[in-house]
Design a protein around this ligand. Structure first.
Ligand SMILES: CC(C)(COP(=O)(O)OP(=O)(O)OC[C@H]1O[C@@H](n2cnc3c(N)ncnc32)[C@H](O)[C@@H]1OP(=O)(O)O)[C@@H](O)C(=O)NCCC(=O)NCCS
Length: 170
């Protein structure tokens, strides 16, 4: 059955873990489409794909791509935090605006948590901005069961705090 972006029901995406060269452009498009990120942030998102393509899993960057009816709808990038035992970072998560609010973000976070738990991870950390633009993102993390672990005033810029979220997953 075809899923239409207009419908309001939660979707169950197909998840893909493999990463190919074409995903550089896919990630660039998905991140740009949100309208949330500056050009320098966009470059960093693509650099993570490059690192993964060059070094494989030794890069420390794990990807999950969400597809609905063979259409690319979003992705997450996560990995273990160096010099910790069992702490992992969700580096990036985006859902194409056409597919937002349909449960794909929650499905991606849940799938990351399952994989991290299976790999022996204990805690997952997420960093986000305290700006009003990110209020829906913060509501999303709260809904996924994350709590604020720290707030760093003016971290990204004057008036742009860093909010660190965490969840115990094992
Ligand atoms: C944040 C983001 C990944 C969430 O993905 P999503 O697929 O839209 O989220 P879901 O549909 O899975 O939402 C899960 C829950 O989060 C909450 N939520 C999601 N979007 C929300 C919004 N705009 N306002 C309030 N709550 C929201 C809801 O409680 C929702 O549960 P419900 O549908 O049962 O009510 C997506 O909106 C996005 O890409 N945002 C822009 C980029 C960004 O901020 N990325 C994260 C920073 S790196």
């Amino acid at each position: 059955m075809n899923q239409s972006p207009e419908s309001s029901q939660h979707l169950c995406p197909t998840l893909r873990e493999s990463v190919a060269a074409a995903d550089r452009e896919l990630v660039r498009q998905l991140v740009a489409a949100t309208g949330f990120f500056r050009d320098d942030e966009l470059l960093v998102a693509v650099e993570l794909v490059d690192e993964r393509l060059h070094k494989g899993l030794a890069s420390g960057y794990h990807f999950l791509f969400a597809e609905v009816d063979r259409r690319q709808a979003g992705y997450a990038c996560y990995g273990p935090i160096a010099c910790t035992v069992g702490s992992w970072d969700l580096y990036w998560i985006v859902v194409d605006p056409r597919w937002q609010g349909r449960g794909l973000g929650q499905a991606l976070v849940g799938a990351c948590e399952q994989r991290i738990q299976a790999a022996g991870g204990r805690r997952l950390y997420i960093e986000t901005s305290g700006r009003p633009q990110y209020a829906p993102t913060r509501a999303f993390y709260r809904r996924c069961g994350y709590e604020v672990a720290a707030e760093l005033t003016d971290f990204y810029d004057l008036g742009d705090d860093k909010v660190v979220w965490h969840k115990r997953i094992a």
